[in-house]
Design a binder for this molecule. Structure first.
Ligand code: ZN
Length: 423
């Protein structure tokens, strides 16, 4: 029995058991499923759209649904938030708690450590939607997304390639279209990832002409994607969801907090630097005084024990979060003098990772397709809601998550909003 048939029989059985549920199940089965294409423009700050440099994105919003901004989850970093978008769980509950982290059993994780990023055990605290889709018998193609290089719960996307940041934005579109063109069943779920805006934002700052150039490049690739789908007759059969993971804040030169000026770094163990610096106890060393100094007042930085973080950050219960966290004020970064001296590149002129409610961290959401309303703007919502939305579009049951489909149902076309799943 194939998966679709199985689901229909299961739904029918449910109908016989509970007659009240029949109408819902019939409605769900009757609606066609459209392909879902999730596009990330890394570090596209919500108000970048006001620059008028992204006409193709503006056209998608005009023909579809958008919001003034989407709230990232804490910490407003790339891997944690990309995993939140596809699992619906905040980083503290999806296991990707930072771009750089440690696990007692698995060792060290960092973005440049391919052995770690491709090891499914790091990702196994949650299940990304492409894995759930595959388990439902749907085909998936991921033209980059954090986690897609790993077999998570033993499952990989049908199509994926190792991350290579030398591919231009257009080349990434070409690769995805090649997969879509392959004979046989087309992917039901695709991802596409652009990092040009993030790179320019870090190196030159969010207000730089280089960010403007990157915005034009990525928008050109979006236009190229839309044209490619239209040429294939797929544009109006595809739900395109364009998001970003977080925004970008300007960091003036010299806005550095040196942790070694604030405490004794020989007595504690730094795990990660940046906007959020994290520290673990050093084995065999009494770090009490160093910790007490960190927890005291500082200019442009505030430190916490992980169990005393503000509740609204929803962070600090995961064993992968080190004991002490220091969060820089917006526009500042934390490092040590030795770490700075070892850097080959200057400090970034743009950063993210700050408090997720900071307006500079606000993210993008634009969606267009047969299941979306046309020309609507809905109220801002947290990015945990993207996952139940994707599950709804794919007609698969979402796994337990932190999101709420009701907060985003205003983005849906009436028929899509009316079907099943909404209480
Ligand atoms: Zn990012």
């Amino acid at each position: 029995m194939n998966a679709t048939l199985f689901r229909r029989v299961a739904a029918l059985t449910l109908c016989l058991v509970a007659l009240a549920g029949c109408a819902t199940h019939r409605a769900t089965a009757a609606l066609p499923r459209h392909a879902v294409l999730l596009v990330s423009i890394d570090a596209f700050r919500a108000n970048y759209v006001e620059r008028g440099l992204t006409p193709n994105l503006a056209a998608l919003a005009r023909d579809g649904a958008t919001t003034p901004y989407m709230l990232p989850s804490f910490p407003s970093l790339t891997f944690p938030n990309h995993y939140t978008l596809v699992t619906g769980r905040v980083p503290d509950r999806n296991g990707i708690v930072n771009n750089t982290m440690r696990d007692p059993a698995l060792g060290r994780f960092s973005l440049s450590n391919h052995a770690a990023t491709s090891d499914g055990r790091w990702w196994a605290q949650a299940e990304p939607i492409w894995v759930t889709a595959q388990k439902h018998g749907l085909r998936t193609a991921t033209m980059y997304w954090p986690g897609t290089e790993a077999a998570i719960h033993g499952v990989r996307p049908d199509h994926w390639i190792p991350f290579d940041d030398t591919l231009t934005s257009r080349q990434r579109v070409d690769k995805l279209l090649l997969w879509i063109d392959e004979p046989g069943a087309k992917p039901a779920f695709d991802t596409l990832y652009f990092d040009a805006v993030d790179h320019a934002g870090h190196e030159f700052g969010p207000d730089s002409p280089q960010v403007d150039t990157a915005l034009r490049e990525v928008d050109d690739a979006l236009g190229y994607l839309v044209a490619g789908l239209r040429d294939r007759g797929l544009l109006d059969a595809t739900d395109i969801v364009v998001v970003s993971d977080h925004g970008m804040a300007d960091v003036p030169r010299g806005n550095i907090v040196f942790a070694d000026d604030e405490t004794d770094l020989d007595a504690i163990d730094p795990v990660s630097w940046g906007v959020m610096a994290t520290f673990a106890p050093k084995p065999g060393v009494d770090g009490a005084k160093a910790v007490a100094r960190l927890l005291g007042p500082h200019e442009h930085m505030r430190c916490y024990r992980k169990d005393t973080l503000p509740a609204r950050l929803d962070y600090g219960r995961n064993p992968r979060v080190p004991d002490i966290l220091c969060l820089a004020d917006t526009g500042w970064a934390i490092t040590s003098r030795a770490t700075l001296a070892a850097r080959t590149a200057p400090m970034s002129r743009g950063e993210h990772g700050y408090d997720n409610l900071d307006p500079a961290m606000r993210a993008l959401f634009v969606a267009r397709g047969p299941d979306f309303a046309r020309g609507v703007t809905i109220a801002p919502f947290p990015n945990v809601d993207v996952y139940p939305l994707l599950a709804h579009l794919l007609r698969i049951a979402p796994l337990p998550n932190d999101g709420d489909l009701n907060r985003v149902k205003g983005a849906l076309a009436p028929a899509a909003a009316a079907q099943g799943q909404f209480p």
